[in-house]
Write a new protein. Structure first.
Length: 115
């Protein structure tokens, strides 16, 4: 299983970023996919999930209405569109999936929201 994130960077408050995760090594279309945020000095928290079909979603209260998760089961990618970013969105964002009892993580991509 390999998950590779991209798309992080420095953005001003109110700005937008789109994160992407490219998956390989497993049958992507069969598994739910997640995005986690790890803010500085804090534990990783789940911010968004999309079901294998792409029709079911979960969002943390802190990102509802601002973040949108999507997936492409042909390209084996999952994306996170982040709008109206605030400094509280700063952190490392990780792509994650859970396969046969084991969690798999990407290396993470840094998002910094600052003026």
């Amino acid at each position: 299983v390999r998950l590779v994130e991209s798309g992080g960077g420095l953005v001003q408050p109110g700005g937008s970023l789109r994160l992407s995760c490219t998956a390989s090594g497993f049958t992507f279309r069969d598994y739910n996919m997640n995005w986690y945020q790890q803010a500085p000095g804090k534990e990783r928290v789940l911010v968004a999930q999309i079901t294998s079909s792409g029709y079911g979603f979960y969002y943390a209260n802190s990102v509802k209405g601002r973040f949108t998760i999507s997936r492409d089961n042909v390209k084996n990618t999952v994306s996170l569109q982040m709008n109206s970013l605030t400094p509280e969105d700063t952190g490392v964002y990780y792509c994650h999936t859970f396969i046969r009892g084991a969690g798999s993580w990407g290396q993470g991509t840094q998002v910094t929201v600052s003026s």
